[in-house]
Ligand binder design. Sequence first.
Ligand SMILES: Nc1ncnc2c1ncn2[C@@H]1O[C@H](COP(=O)(O)OP(=O)(O)OP(=O)(O)O)[C@@H](O)[C@H]1O
Ligand SMILES: [Mg+2]
Length: 399
Amino acid sequence: MDSSLPEKITLRPGYPDFYDLPWDYPLTEWMDHCDYLEEVPRGLSRHPVNFINYSGIIYAIKEMPPGLAKTEYDQLITMERKRLPVVTAVGFAATDTSAGKRSVLITRFLDRSLPYRSLFMRRSLMRYRDHLLDAVAGLMVQIHLAGVYWGDCSLSNTLFRRDAGALQAYLVDAETVEIYPGILTPTMRLHDLEIMEENVDGGLADLGTANLIMDGVPIDDTGASIRIRYQNLWEEITRQVIINPDEKYRIQERIQVLNSLGFSIGEVLLEPSDAGDSLQFQVVVTDRNFHRDQLLGLTGIEAEEMQARKMMNEIHEHKATLSKSHNRSTPLSLVAYHWMEEIYSPTLDAMGSRIDQYSDPAELYCQILEHKWYLSEKAKHDVGHQYAVEDFLKTIDQK
Ligand SMILES: Nc1ncnc2c1ncn2[C@@H]1O[C@H](COP(=O)(O)OP(=O)(O)OP(=O)(O)O)[C@@H](O)[C@H]1O
Ligand SMILES: [Mg+2]
């Protein structure tokens, strides 16, 4: 294995120094000079991207013309600070290779993520199609609310993580990103959607031509379908509501609807409407981490938003049960502790050594909950977690 120092490397703390990589060679030639290379499922790209494995942690290394890696690194960091779902930037380097000067972006490989190609090419994943379209629409809404113009939204530039049966989309390619203060203007949002439609339909048409799409998977109008989902969600989040002065409870109702969609609320703008005696209000959302933040704060469990919503619902149910049996109200923090000790951990422990097959305990727990719901519906009573895990294990064995 060859190693050489890059001309200059900037790294965030807590990562390896990457000094033992063959920086003198362009990425396309690392195959013969580097033992850390790893094969992973990936999307299409113009630039060479290598994946390297350092003690079980995988990093993506992307090679670009000089200077570009720093720009993309800066954009990723700014988006991370805005709490958007993006890959984690680790560092960037300037290199002087046998093929000329280059810049290199290092990101942490997004664990448990699937590129869209696997979702469209494998029949077993057909059921994710709808979720995939919702996830891309949701990601665009999230970034536009935060003032981010993507400029190159495509299925290849998005990664998908399972999220309680649905999917959460992550932005992986930030090369064309522009970041503005406040919400993105309608003109820029429209432009971004047009690029998305063209890229998505073009990408799927290419897969179709190459005969890589399973028969029966509908691909026409996929871009348009994402745009419609985007518009519906945008309208839901940003609309202004007119109420009578004695209907202020409707503000609380609206906050609850937005929270249930995962959005956290920054502030409520309230003013007299033009008509005079009524009020007009708008709820301003900050990010889409409402349940994730709650769950993390109460239990320390890191989960995706939908997973967290399922678990928080269960914690609230548990609160009702505890309060009833003790005949007094129990604080949520205490309920969450009980839930972890008496429900969450024992349920995962009951998986025994089989848990090693699953890389994402939060997703596994949500699958077991789903299974419990299904069994309870059939039995017409709550079958309990223990029974649900036992039956879940039997079901996997039969597959
Ligand atoms: N951190 C990461 N985690 C997981 N996969 C990654 C990561 N970084 C890159 N990839 C994979 O590598 C592919 C190419 O990366 P990227 O889109 O950044 O390259 P690109 O050359 O800029 O693409 P384009 O042709 O769109 O400009 C992605 O589609 C993705 O599948
Ligand atoms: Mg790309």
